[in-house]
Ligand binder design. Sequence first.
Ligand code: UD1
Ligand code: MG
Length: 421
Amino acid sequence: MAQEDILAIVMAAGKGTRMKSNKSKLVHKIYGKEIIKRAIENVKNAGIDEVIAVVGYQKEQIEEVLGDSVKYAIQEEQLGTGHAVMKASKFLENKSGKVLILNGDHPIMRPETLKNLVSVSKERNESATILTMVHDKTIPYGKIIHDENGNIKEIIEHKDCNAEQINIKEVNLGMYCFDIKELLSALKELKNDNMQEEYYLTDVIKIMYNKGLKTGSVVVSDNTEVLGVNDRMDLQVLTKALQLRINTEHLKNGVTIEDINNTYIYDDVKIGMDTIIHPNTTIKSDVIIGEECEIGPNAYIREKCRLANKVKVGSFVEIKNAIIGEGTKVPHLSYMGDCEIGAKSNIGCGTITCNYDGFNKSKTIIGEHSFIGSNTNLVAPVTLGKNTFVAAGSTITDDVPDDSLAIARERQVNKEGWNKK
Ligand code: UD1
Ligand code: MG
């Protein structure tokens, strides 16, 4: 449900030099979805409808991904996170209440974590509430300095820390809930007298604290959800964290996954109880799999597949936009794309739907109780009726009526004694 009187600013203008890429860091994907798209979806799923994205460096790429799902503020020169928020401040003028400000490079935040940050900030009546984590390793994030009452005095960037500060274990995650009026006033006082000569958003905290305003932190309970992406190793760490989260959810729902480390299930996949997923299987977004199915090992299930109960999709099988009826088996080495297969059919090893002629994608329909012999090519568009039988090695170009046998291959010729001559 939408939360009233709150909007969000997502900072997405930075260069992301540590990625070593020609693309903006924020359009790199985790499980098929761009970092920035994930960040924005998390905010929206926290119930915040009005989102402003600050864009600048390679902004066309970001705008292409986000379209009109957000409003845009432009930061032509990347002079720091504080400067980025200044560029969005016109959206805050004449408003009161809270604003959630987020780094755009933390893609797997749970929406509940953001919701909680806002509600705690309101409850405690703080001018700034900062999401933090406590980590036993030294990670290169801003360090949180509390006073004896628990207020945050300041945040010191990793690069600006002295030998003692660098060991502080509570760090800034770049997610803040601010009082709008106090934020606007503090932004006016920001300076860039630091190591990186940037306007740090984090310096707003010190300004507020010195005015006697309340500033506090909310420490996250799960450190894996809140990490940011600065380089390719971070991208790998976050992909693995998301994989574990999604796979664990399926286990809880009664799905057996033989090897959760080597099973890749994207967002928006539904899998029924007692289905077994064998290793090295990839299941992309927008897929529904029924109960008691058996998938893999080495299966690739792409978008828009709908599998009824008790379907088997075995080794080295790729399926895409395939509707497969109850009890049907596609056991090995097949490509079934853009097709509808009725119940209780068997698709022989090596069957391929020839769904693409270089211009258009066409559909293959196979009725229930059919048997497709091994190594068959089904040249789409083509319809096979119910209870049909296709001889192995056929190339089917014409429709097959119900209850028929189709043979579409050269007859074998044996030339006796040929090899001796
Ligand atoms: C920032 C925080 C740091 C925190 C860390 C968590 C500051 C000064 N530091 O550091 O305390 O621990 O995030 O990840 O805020 N961006 C702009 N415009 C700019 C600069 C950055 O829009 O001029 C955007 C980036 O695209 C990115 C986000 O702001 O989405 C954070 O920038 P980044 O350079 O990654 O900041 P960190 O050094 O990670
Ligand atoms: Mg960062």
